[in-house]
Write a protein that binds this ligand. Structure first.
Ligand code: SF4
Length: 406
């Protein structure tokens, strides 16, 4: 007879989860109307940029020049823009390309192939991005909101609630700054890495925030990243948008005609546990989220990723692997890929990563039912813990307070 495995319930640690009037975990979908970032050239469409030039009495080709400087050469320094007329250049650049991110802190791994940045936005809000060099690709994990309104009890970012949505330009600026760091030879050991022409090749929207709760700005940022003429010219396939399951937004994304990779952060296949782990599950249940994910595949032909953070004794039971596989197979075959993610433990947390044999058994059960499964690399583990933790530490708050806002 097999001994039943322990069932650990999700709960908050060292903080009190905000509740709504009915006592359910508070979900914040709307961004508080405070601390709006300065208007930026990257927030405009290519047509609006030309109109802006017209308004400023400039010829339309100046828009193209600024696009090249910001998106390709990754600069907002007027001194580097010698093809713009010297007279009025500073003023023009400061008006259209105001600095959006101030670097507060940077943490690197020993080999320097992973860098975690803590940025301060113009109103003092903190966000982070993580730059990772892999063989043949460079991935940047970006934030889409300052804070997050989804209130997941296990997540450091969720504790503080939503400060505000990031603008499209603030999202894009994370990529611009990362490309600059790469161009300056700061990612990886400069003795072994050639940096010529290297850029971020992959973007994952898995930093702070729920990207689908900031839909319009995230989509604008994706258009800038993928625009071959007026933007950064990246491949949409290299961009992964993940969500905890905002079903109407997933449906909208299916109809955008931009072939990004879509990832659903599921973390539990049963509503009983997922209601507690991911409060938005109270709005859209596991089956609704999976139906919307399948619809994304059916409409775009792009295989969907299911993200599943494995937490010891909470969601890593063999029967949950079986249930997950059955739910995926019930919708079709070949449409989905599961990425179990060993939990990045927060120091002092009661939750830890699953034991290795348990993790292996979880993967084995999924594969036995025909589900392609890959354990996801948790880069950054050796420099920090879970998402948002960098922002949450007291020292960082102090560092941020001491850094002048530009
Ligand atoms: S896990 Fe993701 S969706 Fe949940 S609170 Fe954290 S950042 Fe938001």
């Amino acid at each position: 007879m097999t001994t039943p495995r322990a069932q650990v319930r999700p709960r908050t640690e060292g903080w009190t989860q905000k509740k709504d009037a009915e006592g359910r975990p508070l979900l914040q979908f709307a961004s508080p109307r405070r601390g709006k970032p300065p208007a930026h050239f990257a927030d405009l469409t290519p047509e609006q940029r030309v109109e802006k030039m017209h308004e400023l009495g400039m010829p339309p080709f100046r828009a193209r020049q600024l696009e090249k400087h910001f998106f390709t050469h990754c600069t907002h320094d007027p001194a580097e823009m010698t093809d713009l007329p010297a007279e009025g250049r500073e003023q023009l650049v400061h008006t259209l390309l105001p600095p959006l991110l101030t670097e507060v802190r940077r943490l690197s791994t020993d080999r320097g192939d992973t860098i975690k940045f803590l940025w301060k936005l113009h109103n003092g809000a903190l966000v982070e991005s993580v730059l990772m060099r892999y063989p043949g690709r460079i991935t940047l994990c970006v934030s889409s909101q300052a804070g997050c309104g989804m209130n997941c009890p296990f997540c450091a970012t969720g504790q503080a609630g939503l400060t505000r949505n990031m603008s499209a330009a603030e999202i894009v600026a994370q990529v611009v700054r990362a490309n600059r760091v790469i161009a300056e030879g700061q990612l990886g050991d400069p003795r072994h890495v050639g940096h010529d022409g290297e850029r971020v090749t992959n973007i994952v929207f898995m930093g702070m925030g729920e990207p689908m709760a900031n839909y319009a700005r995230v989509m604008h940022a994706v258009r800038v990243m993928t625009d071959k003429t007026h933007g950064m010219g990246m491949s949409a396939r290299g961009i992964t948008i993940s969500t905890v399951g905002l079903v109407p937004a997933i449906r909208k994304l299916s109809n955008e005609n931009i072939p990004v990779t879509f990832a659903l952060s599921l973390h539990a296949p049963d509503d009983e546990l997922r209601d507690e782990m991911i409060p938005v599950n109270s709005r859209w249940k596991v089956d609704e989220a999976l139906d919307a994910a399948y619809e994304y595949f059916a409409k775009t032909g792009r295989r969907v990723s299911i993200e599943y953070a494995l937490i010891k004794d909470m969601n890593d039971h063999g029967w949950r692997a079986d249930l997950l596989a059955d739910k995926l197979n019930a919708r079709g075959h070949g449409w989905v890929h599961v990425n179990p993610i060993p939990l990045n433990p927060t120091p002092g947390s009661v939750w830890t990563a699953s034991d290795r044999p348990v993790q292996d058994e979880f993967v084995r059960r999924l594969e036995a039912r025909g589900i392609p499964t890959t354990i996801r690399d948790t880069r950054g583990k050796d420099i920090d813990g879970a998402c948002g933790q960098l922002v949450a530490t007291e020292a960082d708050q102090q560092a941020a307070a001491a850094t002048p806002v530009d």
